[in-house]
Design a protein around this ligand. Structure first.
Ligand code: ATP
Length: 896
């Protein structure tokens, strides 16, 4: 029986695991424990089993039809044909199996791209490590939105609630309490002094000591898995399946009519059955589902190369059709490399030099360097700012890095420039008492400290308007003065001005108090009578890549909406700088909350910048966009963003920043957090959408042309123009590879110049019309050749060989018609897709072998085509090609 940590006292657990809650484990301890316990990794989920994939292939309607055809062939005595069909079944199953297996492997391997991290303390230093490296005894920190990396006993909690649905099925979050004690047996859900691997922190914070890792954890014991990517059939695959089935149904109907007709017309049963078999085979779109999966899987891989990790094949398919992108500002549009630049206090601006998180820089007043201690209130402002943070500044390989929020990193760095750090203040006797963590709903954070001289201080920072509301006095030149309406107005004006420079602004305030040692006490104390200290203005420059990306979205007719929690002026300044808007109009979260459904739709349609937006507003925005039939990608990083991410067509989360909860709710993760990556993914999505449309066009027009071909033969009362074996040959040897090669087609010209439409369906009316017309043209050439040859008294065998050769080549070359959606197929990109040339090359060699090679002649009932007949055959191939090309060129012209 495993140890019941929840019943034990936390001190005794720490002791028994040789750990220390402040220092954590040391390096040698970690190494020893690693040796004993191994890595913190759950067993890989076995994908769908090999047998299952194999069985899937055989369950296919396509295969069933082929089996029936084979049985019929044996019954009417065409043994060779029967075997050939069986061979096709085996071939189809093997190809289907291999490609599906590989595609699934590729999708599964993407899981490892995003490694899970854990925040720990080791050797007395807080650091971020890979979650697989955790060992029992490690001290971990848990923050809102984290996925818990191992089973652990809590040693400190601050309003921590955890969602344990993945383990207990209970969707309500559970409140956790480090101090809870149990002496009787409790169920998992009741053990509120423990946290478990795979569950997620919904709110608050905690510190815990790891008690079990890997298979020893509760989730490991039940063998459940933590999935990084979602699986399942995409709508495209389902739609294709449906389409394939309807094609087959139509053919079955045609066969039925034909058989009845044949019997009435007195045609021999043998002929009728043979035609039926031929038609059934012609209709079967071999390779269709396989190609769909392969194309999507290739897309997924390509996207991850561009830093977009798609968690679901569906997203690959949808990305190309995105019509609007709703993006956060901080970290997505901007660098998230924050530096405190200006402090407004004592009615003037102090500037701070230096870049990034390197704690080197000076304080300047009117361009002159000053000592921070000289300026009244400056040290207090800097101390308040840096103590009121959860982030840490660490040095790794010589560079400073922030563990936690970048905004807070800026305050920690500024403090260090003046010679303060959390550690140095702690050493001087500053002792933390309580904390209200930051939350983007209420937009502030507060802490309380016991000072060495015996006093207690409350420090608060947050959005300036929120902070001003809480203050009734202000610190001016070292004296506490009343915060008059005129002063408030002055500060607001300054705030606006700094915002217009694109700076991110925090108000800082403080208060002296007593017994500030609980969050409840802080909650009452912050309600009023705080003393306003300063405005701290932080620079967070826009990312280099964003301007170009915005230009591209504009060209592509995609609307970009910036939806930020930051204040209006800052939002507008940044949005203008990157080109999202050129107007001053900014809609506030409040306006969104108050608008009626109709007003909201108008507001969203006519504006691009939204400020002070809460996660709830995000949901309203998504709803409104959905009503407008927009296809929307929306970014989010917090726990509360999860519902909006789920509701958006493409929920986008951040790989570097942001919470695991948001990641789990999203369809795509930006590995570099960059807005430009969304645009690249949309571009890639458009290529994939095109390529899917291209191979569907190719396969369907080819199959339909064969059905039309045989049908024409019957209408003209001709001997069967193609034998079942020949059709099988075209379907399997000639068609599949070129279709597959289309998955590697490079992007069309000006792909982002194409207007985004809300068309979700690849197989729309225009597309169906094009397929039908082109099928007819494809069938017409070889049919004319066949008619001419029969008329010219060539033997039936030769005539049929001509017809077979012409149809086969025309279908092979039809891949050139398919490779460009409109315009000329033979352009300068023609040489870029090697696979296409390989497929065509193989096709030509095989087809020539089918006509001229003895053994194949026997199987396919062909005879060598004499030289003098090559010209008419070529004409039957080239003329229809020419016609389709002409139509495509005109279609391309229309669009321009
Ligand atoms: P975006 O939604 O584009 O990411 P954001 O990061 O500015 O924008 P929030 O994180 O919701 O949005 O922040 C809203 C406001 O809260 C900010 O404008 C700032 O004034 C304040 N704020 C941000 N971070 C903190 C923090 N760590 N402590 C206190 N206040 C903060």
């Amino acid at each position: 029986m495993s140890r019941e940590f929840y019943k034990e006292n936390k001190i005794s657990i720490l002791n028994s695991l040789n750990s220390d809650s402040d220092q954590g484990l040391n390096k040698t301890q970690v190494e020893k424990k690693r040796e004993k316990f191994g890595l913190n990794k759950l067993q890989e989920k076995r994908g769908v089993s090999v047998w299952q994939i194999l069985l899937n292939q055989l369950k296919d309607l396509i295969i069933i039809i082929l089996i029936i055809a084979a049985v019929l062939a044996f019954l009417i005595g065409d043994t060779l044909e029967g075997y050939a069909i069986l061979a096709v079944i085996v071939f189809n199953t093997i190809i289907g199996f291999v490609t599906e297996y590989r595609a699934q492997k590729a999708v599964a391997s993407l899981k490892n791209v995003l490694s899970k991290k854990a925040l720990v303390i080791r050797d007395g230093k807080k650091q971020e490590i890979e979650a697989v490296d955790l060992v029992p005894g490690d001290i971990i920190f848990i923050e809102e939105g984290d996925q818990i990396p191992a089973d652990a006993r809590l040693i400190d909690t601050n309003n921590l609630t955890v969602n344990e649905a993945s383990l207990t099925g209970e969707s309500e979050s559970v409140a956790k309490e480090a101090e809870a004690q149990f002496d009787s047996k409790k169920t998992l859900a009741e053990r509120n002094n423990m946290v478990y691997m795979g569950t997620t922190a919904a709110r608050g914070k905690g510190k815990a000591v790891v008690t079990a890792i890997a298979e020893e954890t509760e989730i490991g014991k039940i063998g459940a898995m933590l999935d990084e990517t979602k699986e399942g059939k995409t709508p495209l695959e389902k739609r294709l399946e449906r389409l394939g089935k309807s094609l087959i149904k139509i053919t079955l109907a045609v066969i039925a009519v034909l058989t009845i007709l044949g019997i009435f017309m007195g045609r021999p049963v043998y002929d009728t059955v043979k035609t039926g078999i031929a038609l059934a085979i012609a209709a079967v779109p071999e390779g269709l589902p396989i190609i769909a999966t392969v194309t999507l899987a290739i897309g997924m891989k390509k996207m991850v190369e561009h830093n977009a990790l798609v968690r679901e094949l569906l997203a690959v398919e949808t990305l190309g059709s995105v019509t609007s992108i709703c993006t956060d500002k901080t970290g997505t549009i901007t660098e998230n490399q924050m530096t405190l630049r200006k402090i407004y206090l004592n009615d003037h601006l102090i500037e701070i030099s230096g870049t990034g998180y390197q704690p080197e820089g000076d304080f300047l007043l009117a361009g002159e360097k000053i000592e921070p201690a000289v300026e009244a209130g400056l040290e207090l402002t800097l101390k308040s700012g840096l103590l009121c943070t959860s982030a840490e500044l660490t040095k790794e390989d010589g560079a400073y890095k922030v563990l936690g929020e970048a905004t807070e990193g800026a305050l920690l760095t500024a403090g260090r420039k003046a010679g303060f750090s959390k550690e140095s203040l702690k050493n001087k006797g500053y002792q933390k008492l309580a904390e209200i963590p930051f939350n983007s709903d209420y937009m502030y954070m507060a802490v309380s400290y016991a000072l060495p001289e015996g006093k207690e201080h409350l420090y608060l920072k947050g959005s300036p308007d929120v902070v001003l509301e809480m203050c009734d006095s202000i610190m001016l030149n070292g004296e506490q003065k009343e915060l008059t309406a005129a002063k408030i107005n002055e500060i607001q004006q300054k705030n606006k001005k700094l915002g217009e420079e694109g700076l991110r602004i925090l108000g800082v305030a403080y208060k002296e108090g007593k017994n500030l040692d609980s969050e409840e006490k802080l909650q009452t104390e912050i309600k009023s009578s705080l003393t306003f200290l300063a405005l701290s203005a932080i620079i967070d420059p826009p990312r280099e890549s964003v301007k170009e990306a915005i230009k591209e979205t504009k060209k592509a007719g995609i609307k970009t909406k910036m939806i930020t929690g930051d204040q209006m002026d800052t939002a507008a300044a940044i949005a203008r700088e990157v080109g999202i808007t050129d107007s001053d109009s900014v809609i506030s979260g409040q306006q969104i909350s108050q608008a009626s459904a109709e007003e909201l739709r108008e507001l969203i349609k006519n504006n691009s910048v939204f400020s002070r937006v809460t996660p709830e507003n995000k949901l309203q925005i998504i709803d409104a966009l959905n009503q407008e039939e927009e296809i929307t990608a929306m970014t989010g990083d917090g726990v509360n963003d999860a519902p909006a991410l789920k509701k958006a067509d493409i929920g986008v989360s951040m790989g570097k920043r942001g919470t695991t909860v948001a990641r789990e709710a999203s369809d795509m993760v930006l590995l570099d957090d960059d807005f430009a990556t969304i645009v690249t993914a949309v571009r890639e999505g458009r290529v994939i959408f095109d390529n899917i449309q291209k191979f569907i066009y190719f396969l369907f027009s080819n199959n339909l042309s064969k059905i039309i071909y045989i049908f024409l033969g019957i209408i003209f009362n001709l001997p069967l123009p193609l034998l079942a074996m020949q059709i099988l040959w075209i379907n399997v040897v000639i068609d599949v590879f070129p279709a597959l090669s289309l998955a590697w087609e490079k992007e069309e010209n000006n792909i982002m110049g194409r207007e985004a439409t809300t068309e979700r369906n690849i197989m729309n009316r225009a597309f169906k019309k094009k397929v039908s017309l082109h099928s007819l043209i494809l069938a017409a050439g070889p049919m004319l050749l066949y008619l001419w040859s029969l008329n010219a008294d060539y033997s039936l065998e030769l005539s049929r060989t001509l017809s077979f050769a012409a149809l086969s080549f025309i279908q092979l070359f039809h891949v050139f018609n398919a490779r460009r959606k409109s315009g000329l197929a033979f352009d300068k990109t023609l040489l870029e897709n090697y696979y296409l040339w390989l497929a065509v090359g193989i096709g030509i060699v095989f087809q020539l072998a089918a006509i001229y090679l003895g053994p194949l002649q026997k199987i396919l009932s062909t005879v060598a085509i004499p030289i003098e007949l090559l010209l008419p055959t070529a004409a039957a191939i080239i003329l229809p090609m020419f016609l389709i090309q002409l139509m495509n060129i005109f279609a391309g012209r229309d669009k321009k």
